[in-house]
Each structure stands twice: as C-alpha cells, then as structure tokens.
Design a protein around this ligand. Sequence first.
Ligand code: ZN
Length: 260
Amino acid sequence: MPCTPTPDPSPQGGGEKKCKPGHDSSMTTSNDSALVLFSGGQDSTVALAWALERFARVETVGFDYGQRHVIELDVRPRLRERMAGLKPEWKARLGDDHRISIDALAAISDSALTSETAIAFADSGLPNTFVPARNLIFFTFAGALAYRRGARHIVAGMCETDYSGYPDCRDDTIKAMQVALSLGLDKRVTIHTPLMWIDKAATFALAREIAGQGFLDVVVEDTHTCYLGDRAHRHAWGYGCGTCPACQLRAQGYARFIAQ
Ligand code: ZN
C-alpha cells in the first residue's frame, strides 16, 4: 500500500506521509533528503536500509557519548561500505556520515551504558543501562543537523514492541519530538520509526524483505548490539556476550525469526 499524503495544518505546509510500518516495495522514491540516526546496531541498520529505499539522498549520524560499547561506532564505516555494495541505487543515495561527540551525556549520567557498573534492574523496573533523555538529546542534535543539511526527514530505529522499557523509545515520545522540532526550527520535520511496532524477529524478516539474504547476512555479521562491546564471541545471530539484555533480545528475536 503506497503512503498517502495527509493534509498538513502547519503554515509551512508540506504534508506528512503516513506509512504503515514495515517495507512497501511498491513505494516510489521521494526526492527529499533524510538523515538516519545510525548507531551501527541492528535496528538502526535496518532503518537505514528502509530509508535508502525511499529517499533520494540519505545521510547518517552517529553519537559518541562515552558509551562502553563504543565499538558500535567503529562498525559503522564498514556497514555503510557493505550496504553501498549491495545495491547500485543505495550507493548512489548514501551521502555523508556525521559523527557527533556528546561527552556531557556521560558526565551527567550514572548509567551502566556509560560506566563499568554491572547491568541490573532498578526499582523503577528500568535496566540501569537507561541513559535519561538520551534519545531526546539525539533527536535535538539530529534536528539541528538535518536543518543545516536541508533534510526534512529523520529516520530512527526506535521500537516499543520488545524493547528494554526505555521511555524515550516510545511512539508518543517520538511524536512529541517531531512536534517540538518542527516548531522550534520553524520548519516541517517528519520523524519516521519504521520498526516501532514490530518485534526483533520481524526486524530480521524486514531486513530480508528489503534487500534479500545478502543484507540479512550484513545485519547478522556486521551490526553490533551487545552492551558489553563483545565482538569475540560469534553466535548464529551475530557477535556478543550472549547474556546482556541487548544480546538476549537479539538472540531470542533471531531464534523466532528462524523458527518462522
Ligand atoms: Zn551482550
């Protein structure tokens, strides 16, 4: 089903496109530019592929915030290179990569993602890997960068289907950010989260649907999810310690995907 433009009440006009989640092979490519929040993880890599199918020019941004799994950032150039090699049109559309350092985030955060604290669950029910307001900060920087680069679309891999409970991954949070950025920049910004309503098994399936087994192999081999930055242990679902919450989600999702 193609995306249908809906009337846009904002004075800037532009019209938001409502897309159903997942891949739509019948959709035509937009002449617009998009900026993808690209961490090097499984979800943001599938979101990047989704964007490359849709937009004439796609740039990527990664954030260095003192995360202990900083290896995630190191896999990004190779991932971009391998993806550009999968399809000539992807190579033509894939634009600049931006890496932004946000050291202040680690300085104000007491999270297991930015320190050597053991990963555990707090009384709030949230794992202590939660970095408060992380995605709000990422989207604010991405909005500023998108503004400067002339991109009116921001694409990100957030998902609230089988996630770690982070409140800044929720659909309502993202929608609120879209409104805040559009108002604050006085320019229509549309945030797309194609994975919001699908689980990890469906994300693997979506990868294969978008660009076949070749891309699925790239997602398994070259993306990085493990919170501990482990790239020494290779499993059927990729590299990781196998026991941290991120590895468990990925492993369980892959097992369900293979079983389907
Ligand atoms: Zn792990």
